[in-house]
Design a protein around this ligand. Structure first.
Ligand code: ZN
Length: 391
């Protein structure tokens, strides 16, 4: 068949598809045309595709969505493409790097220059995540923040508050107000104080659909003194508060996560809080953070659910995190390694495990952007007089 007759540009053949948005968990083929998912079916003929990649023995999932990363600000930013694709991630949300004063520069320098889809939770602090200024309540202005969110609905998904050490509720309430005025969501990184409790955050200040990130941090009283998940935390989940992992350098502790998981208090979304420091010792990558949940007993389809369709719905982008026909062709091909592995938490203690996820191949907008083992390329000895072999 000559190339012009090909129905599909790319065919992922014989993989095990896990697409929780469509309740798929079985061996399927995935075909891509241009930058869209064109077909997902049990047997798509190889003759219909210009390029075929055999992905047998591997899992094929929607491109992963990490709703808590840092691409700018003093926390030590990391440009997304260098770590997103090697972790199967095709969409990231910068959690409060820029504020309304710095967003447009952030858009120009990071969003518009990345292949990764970059979305933003706008910091309620106008100057953004820049250290001392984050404590200045006069910088927390919901009106200009909401206006900026409304001006860039394609790029900004809500408001963020972080790192506030003051005694009042200005930061949380400001972010919620900006979200309210812009019809979006708020994400809170919160440190309880004698004057403002975690219970009040969850039951009185956040709205249903708003997110508490860093749920397994040591400074978060998820568990009571007996190690039991607090009643008000369950109540908050019932009222629709979203609980996000936000691993980071200081926010994932086995002694909080393991008992909570055993009691069924699982995250709604798995995210990394990846920045320069969390990328090192705790290795807060998406593959490692997801592997931690796998080793705590969460079944793989549940891990994928919380890394694809759940975060898409939480940030109100239901068109993402899915392999539905017509969706943008963002795909992760993942290998499940078996062996002896160690997974380090924020206190630098490890948990031993036998399973580890590894991103083999990542497709963003129909383009192969990561291919760990050269699955999509020919052997050099049979490739002929090649220069650079294109997709
Ligand atoms: Zn963070």
């Amino acid at each position: 068949m000559n190339e012009t007759e090909c129905k599909y540009d790319l065919l992922l053949k014989d993989g095990h598809v896990i697409d929780p948005s469509n309740n798929i968990d079985k061996s399927m083929d995935v075909a891509i045309r241009g930058n869209k998912i064109a077909q997902v079916a049990e047997d798509i003929s190889s003759s219909q595709a210009r390029k075929i990649i055999n992905v047998s023995g591997l899992y094929v999932t929607p491109g992963l969505i990490d709703i808590h990363v840092h691409l700018c600000g003093y926390a030590g930013w990391l440009f997304p493409d260098f770590h997103s694709f090697s972790n199967g991630v095709t969409t990231v949300v910068d959690a409060g790097g820029p504020g309304w004063k710095s967003f447009e520069e952030f858009k120009k320098s990071i969003i518009d220059t990345s292949k990764t889809r970059v979305l933003t939770l706008l910091n309620i602090v106008g100057a953004g995540m820049l250290g001392a200024v984050e404590q200045d309540v006069s910088e927390m202005e919901p009106i200009p923040a909401a206006e900026m969110i409304k001006k860039y609905p394609k790029d900004i998904v809500g408001a963020k508050t972080a790192h506030f050490m003051g005694s009042g509720w200005e930061a949380v309430d400001g972010a919620v107000r900006a979200a309210e005025m812009s019809g979006t969501i708020a994400m809170a990184d919160f440190r309880p104080m004698p004057t403002r409790s975690y219970k009040d955050l969850l039951l009185s200040h956040l709205r249903p659909g708003d997110i508490h990130t860093h749920m397994y941090a040591q400074h978060i009283p998820l568990l009571n003194e007996q190690g039991v998940v607090n009643d008000y935390v369950w109540k908050a989940r019932e009222r629709g508060i979203i609980f996000d992992v936000g691993h980071g350098v200081g926010s994932f502790w086995w002694r909080v996560a393991v008992p909570a998981m055993k009691q069924g208090f699982v995250p709604d979304s798995i995210s990394t809080d990846r920045h320069k420091a969390s990328a090192l010792i705790p290795n807060a990558s998406m593959m490692i953070t997801m592997s931690k949940f796998l080793n705590m007993g969460m079944p793989l389809p549940e891990v994928i659910l919380r890394s694809t369709v759940n975060p898409a719905r939480i940030i109100r982008r239901p068109e993402l995190g899915t392999l539905s026909v017509g969706a943008d062709a963002d795909v992760a091909v993942i290998e499940l390694l078996k062996g002896d592995f160690g997974f380090v938490d924020s206190g630098h203690a490890k948990m031993c495990g036998t399973q580890k996820l590894q991103a083999s191949l990542t497709i963003r907008n129909g383009e192969i952007v990561w291919d760990l083992n050269g699955l999509s390329w020919p052997d050099w000895e049979t490739a002929g007089q090649y220069t650079v072999i294109n997709q």
